[in-house]
Design a protein around this ligand. Structure first.
Ligand code: CTP
Length: 428
């Protein structure tokens, strides 16, 4: 841990161990961070890329422990009584999720389980895959000790995704999606028996029983991965695209579009424009692109995607092709600018991936790299100084100035002033 974790995180975890000793409870770090730590990855990172997601398990009362931890480190704590969990938010922005060790029993397939407190070992037994059923003890005297009751370390070494028991997908069919996500993200293989159980779970219709919100959450996780295209292709192998919409089928056209979307997202990142707020939306647009309109509407009405992004997805499905036709015909920068200026970056990136028109592609690229940065020299205050009153004409003049700058019909401040004077004389 000392080699793999940044110093601040290591000392936070050591602090957790000291608090655990003082409270006389056993505390472990579990979940993805343990898997990534034990993998031969030099610097394990949370999926967000910058934040580590730390899940702690306490044998006995997790909430009481979270309160003690927060008090010691002057952190904020949010209690979720219903789930017996708490979130501790440290001053540096890191958050630790704290839970009481628990077991789950499933009253019927595909619904959320009944939960009761238990030991760490039992808690690990309820987990999805052996590589996720590992824990590291944090108590000072045994800091760093790995708890591995299911040969998770062996599977990490063999690069294998394996369920803990034969009923795993019946207990929780979302694990079918999770297995594929880990397989592709980590470059692992599905254990043969695990793959058979997945195929059976799909055939038995267990995925159909998932609520739209759980299905949507899984799909969002898939689309939010750094490289989602291979994951989607594997979902298709397991016949899982039908749960997004029965008419959604893998095809060379869809594969081409998704790959182009991945490249366009990378292009955006390389441009140093910063990260897209929701890259998943670009992949969502690509996925829905091959569906007929009514099917897109049905899908978005059923899935519980965040409302604003769902509206964007629908808008692009309805208007995207028309917009691309316009962009293919446009060669005036000011026209491109006005066509695209109010659209989210995700939409532009998707259109760039979708179009085969070089001109449309160039127009979108210019919008990002050039047009958005163009400003006239003259500002509102300059117009006032030239004797103009703020009002509708005033705004029109500012718009005209911007268009002229974009189209290169003015180049200097003197050009702009001449243009303003001409427009005031004949605003027509
Ligand atoms: N888990 C599980 N079954 C699920 C969901 C989660 O057993 N259906 C367990 C796994 O042990 C997992 C942990 O809960 O490691 C935390 O889940 P999550 O945060 O979704 O995944 P991570 O393993 O942290 O992986 P990542 O965030 O890297 O995707």
């Amino acid at each position: 841990m000392k080699e793999r974790l940044p110093g601040y995180l290591l000392s936070l975890l050591q602090g957790v161990g000291e608090t655990a000793d003082r409270q006389r409870v056993s505390v472990y770090v579990v979940g993805g961070i343990v898997r990534d730590l034990l993998l031969d990855a030099p610097n394990p990172e949370g999926r967000s890329g910058t934040r580590f997601e730390v899940d702690l398990i306490v044998e006995s009362d997790g909430i009481r422990f979270a309160k003690a931890l927060a008090q010691r480190d002057k952190a904020r704590v949010a209690i979720h009584e219903r789930f017996g969990t708490a979130t501790v938010a440290f001053a540096d922005g890191h958050t630790f999720d704290v839970a009481t060790a628990r077991t789950e029993s499933y009253d019927s397939p595909a619904v959320l389980p009944t939960v009761r407190p238990s030991s760490l070992r039992e808690d690990l037994c309820r987990r999805d895959f052996t590589i996720n059923a590992l824990a590291i003890r944090l108590n000072a005297s045994r800091f760093g000790e790995v708890v591995d009751c299911h040969d998770g370390r062996r599977d990490l070494q063999d690069k294998t995704i394996r369920v803990l028991h034969g009923l795993s997908f019946i207990d929780d069919p979302t694990r079918v999606f999770r297995a594929i996500r880990y397989e592709q993200r980590l470059g692992f293989q599905l254990d043969r028996n695990t793959a058979v159980l997945m195929t059976e779970a799909v055939k038995m219709g267990l995925v159909h029983r998932l609520s739209p919100s759980r299905l949507s959450a899984e799909l969002l996780h898939v689309l939010s991965e750094r490289e989602p295209v291979n994951i989607l292709a594997r979902l298709a192998d397991f016949n899982l695209l039908q749960f997004i919409h029965p008419r959604l089928k893998w095809s060379p056209g869809l594969a081409r579009l998704l790959n182009a979307a991945e490249k366009a997202v990378e292009w955006y990142a390389r441009l140093s424009l910063g990260r897209l707020t929701s890259p998943w939306v670009v992949y969502g647009m690509a996925l829905l692109d091959h569906l007929p309109q009514p099917a897109v509407q049905e899908t978005l009405a059923r899935l519980t995607f965040p409302r604003r992004q769902a509206q964007t997805l629908l808008w692009v499905a309805q208007e995207g092709a028309r917009l691309l036709r316009t962009l293919d015909r446009t060669d005036k920068p000011s026209d491109t600018f006005r066509t695209l200026r109010n659209l989210p970056d995700e939409t532009l990136i998707f259109l760039m991936a979708k179009t085969r028109s070089e001109r449309a592609k160039q127009n979108i690229s210019d919008q990002f790299t050039t047009y958005r940065r163009v400003r006239p020299v003259l500002r509102g205050n300059d117009l006032k100084a030239m004797g103009l009153e703020p009002g509708p004409l005033f705004n029109r003049i500012l718009d005209w100035l911007l268009d002229a700058r974009l189209d290169g019909t003015v180049e200097t401040e003197a050009d702009e002033r001449r243009m303003v004077r001409r427009m005031v004389r004949s605003p027509g």
